[in-house]
Design a protein around this ligand. Structure first.
Ligand code: TPP
Length: 292
């Protein structure tokens, strides 16, 4: 068994050059102009750089979708697995390889719809694992269908008259399910986003970060949210539309979503606890005489 991870040093003194962490042969990338997912990727790699994480010790697991596609661009150990299953795959990896930093990159559909069951149980289990959920409020890759985080009233391919369902608060769900670390940040604030990701990577158990990301080409266009720069500026004060936008003066309510590190509790990490328990059981078994 490999030894659990130890953060070796702080490389912050060395200037961050994203090109050292990406597979340049994969360029040009497939993201649309203005997509927030690229900003999230850069923030993650910046946090990895600052923590001095060796690329050989970094494993990135992602599901299917625009968010899921990001692992392909990272020059580390990467796994592009089935839709909704990155946390299940990553759990196995983190359990047998505690020497790795295992990071999951997932979309709101991947994480909360098809992968919702894996999500709540991963929060409960508390393995050393970092989960970044890029929330663009829509199924981007498949053409813009409604997702569990689509705000009320928003137009999507499958809610042409406006979404009538209430959306999930992913951070509240993670906290209720037992996640030790919960954070949220918008792609507008890149240094803050990097800091939340860094804190998540340093957390000794399961860490969940919701990244509010813009889908400019599909979601933004359908909802008349303006150009990409206009969309990202909107994040400063307005993220979610009011459910009553026809009855209030402004079309969007102020952003009341809290950001930053929302919760940080340390409790026994599942992998270490399991190994210790297994050792105790094994030692007790070794001491017993075999029955004839
Ligand atoms: C089992 C399965 N069901 C459905 C799909 C189709 N599918 C691919 S990506 C996707 C949605 C991804 O949305 P999200 O996770 O929000 O990521 P985004 O593309 O918005 O980043 C769906 C439904 C699939 N590939 N596999």
């Amino acid at each position: 068994m490999n030894d659990p991870i130890v953060l070796e040093g702080n490389a912050a003194v060395e200037e961050f050059d994203v090109r050292k962490y990406i597979r340049l042969q994969m360029m040009p990338h497939f993201l649309c102009p203005g997509c927030g997912h690229g900003i999230a990727l850069r923030a993650l790699l910046w946090a990895v750089h600052e923590l001095g994480i060796d690329k050989d010790r970094l494993a990135v697991v992602s599901g299917i979708g625009c968010a899921g596609r990001l692992s392909a661009y990272i020059d580390a150990n990467t796994f592009h697995v089935t839709h909704g299953r990155p946390l299940a795959f990553a759990s196995g990896l983190a359990l047998v390889r505690p020497d790795l930093h295992v990071v999951v990159i997932t979309g709101d559909g991947d994480c909360l719809a098809i992968g919702g069951n894996h999500f709540i149980h991963t929060c409960r289990r508390n393995l050393k694992l970092t989960c970044l959920m890029l929330n663009n409020e829509v199924y981007g890759m498949t053409g813009g269908q409604v997702s569990p985080t689509t705000s009320e009233t928003r137009i999507t391919t499958t809610t042409q008259l406006g979404n009538a369902e209430p959306h999930f608060d992913a951070c509240a769900l993670a906290a209720a399910a037992g996640a030790g670390f919960v954070g949220r940040e918008v792609t507008h604030h890149v240094p803050k986003l990097k800091d939340v990701m860094r804190a998540a990577l340093e957390h000794p158990g399961f860490a969940f970060v919701e990244v509010m990301s813009d889908c400019t080409e599909i979601f933004g266009r359908k909802n008349d949210m303006g150009s990409s720069p206009e969309m990202i500026l909107r994040q400063k004060s307005e993220i979610r539309p009011s459910a009553y936008r026809d009855t209030v003066e402004t079309p969007f309510r102020p952003n009341t979503l809290p950001t930053g590190v929302l919760m940080c509790n340390e409790r026994p990490e599942y992998g270490a606890a399991y190994r210790q328990y297994a050792q105790t059981v094994k030692s007790a078994g070794d001491g017993k005489q075999k029955r004839g």
